[in-house]
Design a protein around this ligand. Sequence first.
Ligand code: PLP
Length: 461
Amino acid sequence: MSKKFDLSALLAERGGEGYELHARHLNPQLPRMLRTIGFDKVYESAEGAYFRDADGNDYLDMLAGFGVMGLGRHHPVVRKALHDVLDAELADLTRFDCPPLPGLLAEKLLAYSPHLDRVFFSNSGTEAVETALKFARYATGRPRVLYCSHAFHGLTTGSLSVNGESCFRDGFDPLLPDTAIGLGDLAALERELGRGDVAALIVEPIQGKGVHESPPGFLRAAQELLHKHKALLIADEVQTGLGRTGAFYAHQHEDGVEPDLVCVAKALSGGYVPVGATLGKDWIFKKVYSAMDRVLVHSASFGANAQAMAAGLAVLSALEDEEVVANARTTGELLKTRLTGLVDRYEMLREVRGRGLMIGIEFGRPSSLGLRSRWAMLQAARKGLFAQMVVVPLLQRHRILTQVSGDRLEVIKLIPPLIIGEREVDRFVAAFTAVMDEAHSGGGLIWDFGRTLVKQAVGNR
Ligand SMILES: Cc1ncc(COP(=O)(O)O)c(C=O)c1O
């Protein structure tokens, strides 16, 4: 065999070993978990909102790679930009020049939030958050950041310090001296601000875990309180940004909300290249970068690389040309309305919430006696098993990929690519209805699987 590297030949020879290699060399719990719930598929290709397996079956993607595939997979405009940037053979990452692509992307991105002036580019959502936390501390000279219960901002140590779930934090102490308040709890915010050591409040306008929206008026009122105490508002739009909720940023649903720092990542590169961006006010950046000898005080080796920047520019251009944000709004409304229409029909369907194409479907305790004992059996083993019991047949029988929205939550989250339309809404609603019909019959394969999940959960204790 030639010593020259040939990716196609390598995949042709060893492409079938993915699960085995993961089990041997990577996180061993991933293949184990996938096998347990029957998610151990081999997908061969993808386009738009669909994957395909080796037998040519199509799968509808309602997860978008945890939100990175905002435009769906292999969007032609983003692909072409990436081919073009490679073919251009740029002198990228010299680190001692000012190439045009980061400036152009910053200019374009800032146009969506005219009250912000500057951008720091990094390589992921958690890095975008780390940047905001550091900048807020430095600019205010204060140590403490407030965050909301159940918040998710990434899993590096700084971001973990503002994570609102113990399942992520436990065992990684000591973390930073940050403090949780309830989402919407202005009294708690004011109390904490009164201590005079708060740099900022970081908040997801719609929380990813559980799909909880901040109450109407909260962001605006929080901003006023924060500014009164000379502290900053950080909006984490890593998941909600770039059109996901039917506005370019979710905080823009509320008038007058102008966060001091905004974190963006995920969909910015169309899912191809890791990227993060922290947008902020001029005075904050000028404080952090206050002198020439501080020029690298916050920097990243791969930050603002040409591939990420080219992909970002292509994504923003496609978002505009194809009116993707408006599509997220109208298709999201259609999907939410259709699903809300099922709430009265199924006693275990409690609520449908969210905005645009970020939708949470919450399940709850049934009222009829027969179903109540089944529900109790699942809850006794572990909370969240009913939602899992719905997610599994959605994939196995209806070839639709979704996820349970967080640890021990009876909530399914839908964050499909923003390009889906009525066809995908019809397919999802029909499949969901079939699964809910079976779940409410109290029998069938779905409850057999429920019992398997119970055994598994009890065995794991
Ligand atoms: C709101 C929010 N912030 C930050 C992150 C972390 O992003 P990443 O996984 O790119 O580090 C996520 C990831 O899901 C997120 O949803």
